[in-house]
Design a protein. Structure first.
Length: 320
């Protein structure tokens, strides 16, 4: 049994990855038409306009977000050892929060991971093909909740794949500290949608600990959602305008490697579904919440402000 598990683990990061997942999709796993887990919608906190977080890896901006929005370790499933129980431990624990802002139409993500072995050992210049073999956060977005295949169109020509990969849903990976300057990758060919400090994406991290040993990793990401991403330019893309109460598709996975960078120790998934890298119906659901009451203008404040403006106008006109 141990050998079988190790073979599966190696397949997930080795050349058999596509073969294994295609078998699971076509033969062993029933078609899934709804986001997972069924009947569960995680909540995105709505940041007031003047309190949106700065993307710098320091998560103090998120202290204002109530703990009821927190997504904790127990809500993740290990895709490598699916029968195992997700509990906080020295080996792995996570705290995840999601936010959004209506005015600037941005999504925000903050996660803090405690791990007994934080491993980032890919070679310099290999982020595009090896970043997912480091301890990493993988973030998936299906803004219009449409589902379907959005990547890995192996049956298409190279030019067609360039246009289709990441067009209808998005897959970002954040891993660090890196051996070079590359710690944020979008598995789409749209370079404009993968900037660490850009108008449509930004990302940062903060690591406290010992590389190859115990540590605490903080991840922070901002992105503007799109219904369709054009590989060539943003003006040819279709931005998704978020609304309160809307449900969008999203998923988060954490890659956990320990002694062997080609052998997963665990792969923690919020949706608990395989093949999120290819099919967006394998994501979870995220509901965009309204402003919390403390940040909403009250009726009394609104009417008082109205009376003040009316009084000021009357004084200017000499009306009693």
């Amino acid at each position: 049994m141990k050998n079988t598990k190790e073979q599966i683990k190696r397949a997930l990061v080795g050349p058999l990855f596509v073969t294994l997942t295609l078998q699971l999709v076509m033969g062993l796993v029933d078609a899934i038409h709804a986001h997972q887990p069924e009947g569960v919608a995680y909540r995105a906190f709505q940041f007031p306009d003047h309190l949106t977080p700065v993307i710098d890896g320091n998560l103090d901006d998120w202290d204002m977000v109530d703990d009821s929005y927190e997504i904790a370790t127990g809500q993740f499933r290990d895709l490598i050892n699916p029968d195992g129980e997700a509990i906080d431990s020295d080996d792995f624990s996570v705290r995840l929060k999601v936010g959004w802002n209506k005015t600037v139409n941005r999504l925000y993500f903050a996660a803090q991971v405690r791990d007994d072995v934080h491993q980032v050992d890919r070679p310099v210049g290999s982020a595009a093909v090896r970043i997912f073999q480091d301890d990493a956060l993988e973030l998936f977005i299906d803004a219009d909740h449409s589902g379907g295949q959005y990547a890995n169109f192996s049956e298409l020509s190279s030019d067609e794949q360039l246009q289709r990969n990441g067009a209808d849903a998005n897959h970002f990976v954040l891993a660090g500290p890196p051996p070079d300057e590359d710690f944020f990758v979008n598995f789409s060919a749209a370079a404009w949608y993968a900037l660490v400090d850009g108008p449509y994406t930004s990302a940062a991290f903060e690591f406290v600990g010992v590389m190859g040993g115990a540590g605490v990793m903080s991840y922070e990401v901002m992105l503007v959602p799109f219904d369709r991403v054009d590989v060539n330019a943003v003006f040819q893309s279709v931005e998704h305008v978020m609304e309160e109460g809307e449900i969008i598709g999203f998923n988060v996975e954490f890659n956990d490697f320990d002694a062997n960078s080609e052998l997963f120790d665990a792969k923690w998934s919020l949706s608990g579904q395989l093949n999120s890298f290819r099919f967006s119906e394998r994501f979870a659901d995220l509901i965009l919440m309204p402003l919390e009451g403390i940040f909403q203008p009250t009726v009394a404040r609104t009417s008082s402000w109205g009376r003040l403006k009316t009084s000021a106008l009357h004084r200017r006109l000499g009306v009693e």
